[in-house]
Ligand binder design. Structure first.
Ligand SMILES: *[C@@H]1O[C@H](CO)[C@@H](O)[C@H](O)[C@H]1NC(C)=O
Ligand SMILES: *[C@@H]1O[C@H](CO)[C@@H](O)[C@H](O)[C@H]1NC(C)=O
Length: 245
């Protein structure tokens, strides 16, 4: 079920040294207009037409804008781990990234209602223990944040965002590759901000996904004293853009 409301996303500029804000026309979908999970009612004020006023955090240096034919479909919080390996024998070597696994939660409603809370959510989610049951909603403060799906690396090691298990057939299955990266403000502890673009094997309308406002996830500098497999907890915002108006 789609809202069909046009809106404008203003790409906020994090640094005065960057060019003037790029303004693109986007369109939202009312992800919350049907309660596909049957677990709780979504209040009417969460109509994503309100994403009119939502500001996409922009990395410095800026990541590319989504294409003009792309529409903001969902704002999501991810909470999980970034994996690395020290399979080699060299304690001075840096751990090598092997993948990630995270649970995804819908934050579009929060993006509409409370942008400050949205900005704080990765930090708040990071403080919570990893979900004992990945099927649970994220309980962060008073309001449970509905599970949206899962992020993982598939058998071919391609980063994957799977919204099908949570019943969101509109978003489907997004396979992505890294289109651009930009260091997090606190790059020593927080994984880079990313612009991820659609890869072969995707099923559904997802064209690009931004990973923004990251917290945690950075590997130890070297393999000294590390086990073979390392998992480093992280949280992030993911902004999913779709070809579906
Ligand atoms: C590990 O390093 C030691 C010393 O450099 C070497 O003798 C050994 O063969 C290495 N083992 C592996 C599995 O690479
Ligand atoms: C990451 O490590 C966790 C254990 O911490 C494991 O359950 C998961 O399968 C790993 N995922 C990937 C993609 O490496």
């Amino acid at each position: 079920m789609k809202a069909g409301h046009l809106f404008t996303t203003i790409l906020a500029i994090a640094s005065t040294t960057l060019a003037a804000p790029a303004v693109t026309r986007q369109q939202t979908r009312a992800l919350f207009s049907t309660n596909t999970h049957g677990r709780r009612q979504i209040p009417a004020e969460c109509d994503l037409a309100g994403l009119d006023d939502v500001v996409l955090p922009v990395a410095n240096p800026a990541l590319p804008s989504p294409g003009e034919d792309q529409w903001l479909a969902a704002v999501i919080i991810g909470r999980g781990v970034q994996n690395y390996t020290c399979a080699g024998n060299d304690s001075s070597a840096a751990p090598v990234a092997t993948g990630a696994i995270a649970t995804l939660y819908y934050a579009s409603c929060i993006a509409v209602q409370d942008p400050d809370l949205l900005a704080a959510l990765p930090g708040e989610a990071f403080k919570l223990p990893l979900p004992a049951d990945p099927l649970d909603d994220l309980v962060c403060g008073a309001q449970p944040i509905e599970r949206a799906g899962f992020h993982f690396f598939n058998a071919a090691k391609t980063p994957t965002f799977d919204f099908r298990e949570s019943g969101d057939e509109d978003l489907g299955l997004g396979l992505v590759t890294v289109g651009a990266r930009s260091p997090a403000p606190n790059a020593a502890s927080d994984v880079p901000w990313l612009f991820l673009t659609r890869a072969a094997g995707s099923e559904g309308p997802i064209q690009s996904i931004y990973r923004l406002n990251t917290v945690g996830g950075v590997a130890p500098a070297t393999c000294a004293g590390q086990p073979k497999d390392i998992s480093v907890e992280y949280a992030a915002q993911y902004w999913a853009f779709s070809s579906d108006p």
